[in-house]
Design a protein around this ligand. Sequence first.
Ligand code: 13P
Length: 248
Amino acid sequence: SAKFFVGGNWKANGSTASVAKLVDELNAGTIPRGIDVVVSPPFIYIDYVMQHLDRAKYQLAAQNAWIGGNGAFTGEVTAEQLTDFGVPWVILGHSERRSLCGESNEVVGKKTAHALAAGLGVIACIGETLDQRNSGSMFKVLDAQMDALVAEVKDWSKVVLAYEPVWAIGTGVVATPEQAQEVHAYLRQYCTKKLGAAVADKLRIIYGGSVSDTNCKDLSKQEDIDGFLVGGASLKGPAFVTICNAAG
Ligand code: 13P
């Protein structure tokens, strides 16, 4: 099975004081060998975290990147700049960027291709809203999100796919292990069909949405759950370290 992957998405949270405390807590944690753990601070704290976090245990990710190269794009940070700075990963297509910043499936597909070409690994996020799930269009929505990635991505070896149902993000309403497994298995099948079994078997499909130190173990036992993308609980060092130790 694939190498366990845990991402901590800090979103737009933190201060110099809280980031310093969180870094200390993370450095004190024991992380199993042979897994990938990636923390994703806001851009402005990446330099501090890079200098102080134990990078034998933790890697870094940005939470977004511009769709293209350097230039007159005020307020943006490019994939090339992240590579230059030594940041190996980027989260793209998070539901908050899709819904609050208007990022379409096509934009997320193009951003993903650009980031991969610049040498980054990409945590590509997809997921349905509650309305879409309840109205029976969940698989259609996921297909469209996946189709836009498949249209742009040539090499999937540096992609981690994050399934984050929108209704579970920041709500405390975690998907049940069965709900998550159903979608992860569906996504694996989709990838087998479109990309071949070799790619699909190796692809890490991680779950995000109200993951906590108490629900992570049951989720990680599911066959097609290869790790987690953690929001709120990643802001608490001990809880996040527990989640990192939940490999099924
Ligand atoms: P929560 O863990 O706070 O629900 O957030 C999940 C998420 O959006 C991670 O990217």
